[in-house]
Write a protein that binds this ligand. Sequence first.
Ligand code: SF4
Length: 341
Amino acid sequence: MFAVSLINWYKKNHRELPWRNTTDPYRIWVSEIILQQTRVNQGLPYFNRFIQRFKDLKSLANAKEEEVLKYWQGLGYYSRARNMHATAKFIYFNLEGSFPNNYTDLIKLKGIGDYTASAIASFSFNEKKAVVDGNVYRVLSRFFGVKEDINSKEGKEIIKDIAHQSIPDYEHSTYNQAIMEFGAMVCTPKSPKCNSCDLSEICFAKKHNLTTSLPLKIRKQKVKTRFFNFIIFHCKNEVLLAKRTQKDIWKHLYQFPLFETNEEIDDPLSRFDLKGELKGKHLKKHVLSHQLIMGTFWWINVNTLPTNNNYIKVDVDDLDNFPVPKIIENYIKENLAFHLE
Ligand code: SF4
């Protein structure tokens, strides 16, 4: 009943999306990685641009990492783009370009976890595998009345068991698409559309008035606040950039020289012993899943740009060629011109 209702609902109501009209594992892979971190409306332009530039496994495998990151810029979770690039190279150069065609082989690949392996196996190769994303957690938790914390190991296992038991023997790929789409369109995180829902008469959460409290999610990890001071050393239309190489957020992206502090500061010149003329500052906040970045952009005019092995000189007009974190992209778009007038 549950699966039949969902499949019927899906056939009448689903959105037309480019990754739904194909069984190409490469396109499905790209779409699933993008959709792990963003909603369909925001992810769609990224998907289209990415596929236009890297139209198949070969073009992604042969691209430079910097260009891949540039196309990923703004999506966040850059390790996913780096892993995808590494895996494209592995499949193209080590597996003769042949995409593994089952869950067991897919999950061995770098950056492909249970969710993505299940999605590719199901949508490309019609393997009977339940795909469990955030939408599925929510729908199953509400419909079956799972009261365990879905961020806990036990909660995840209960949902996965239900997901595996619920998948039908027929049209399992359509069922997977259906439950995810239903979660995105009807059984939404806030204000689920219970009044028009085909499952409302047999839904546990609806019957027990628990739609706002399920699924239960207890956040264990605290959000850490970090204070980033980006210094824009400017001389004759040139600034400095540095590549982030440490094991941290935004690995392999570029940034203005960064000085991290434990609190907000007033004067970068004395604090970091810098030479130059301080011409202004801009504050920007950036929220990540477990970190809050308080960014201060300090503009300093200098007679000669400081030298350091990590720094590269970049003409201001060429900044757009470098992959940068969203907070820096926003600063460049919104504030850079102010200092160059
Ligand atoms: S009745 Fe409401 S809570 Fe239950 S499945 Fe439908 S939309 Fe979700």
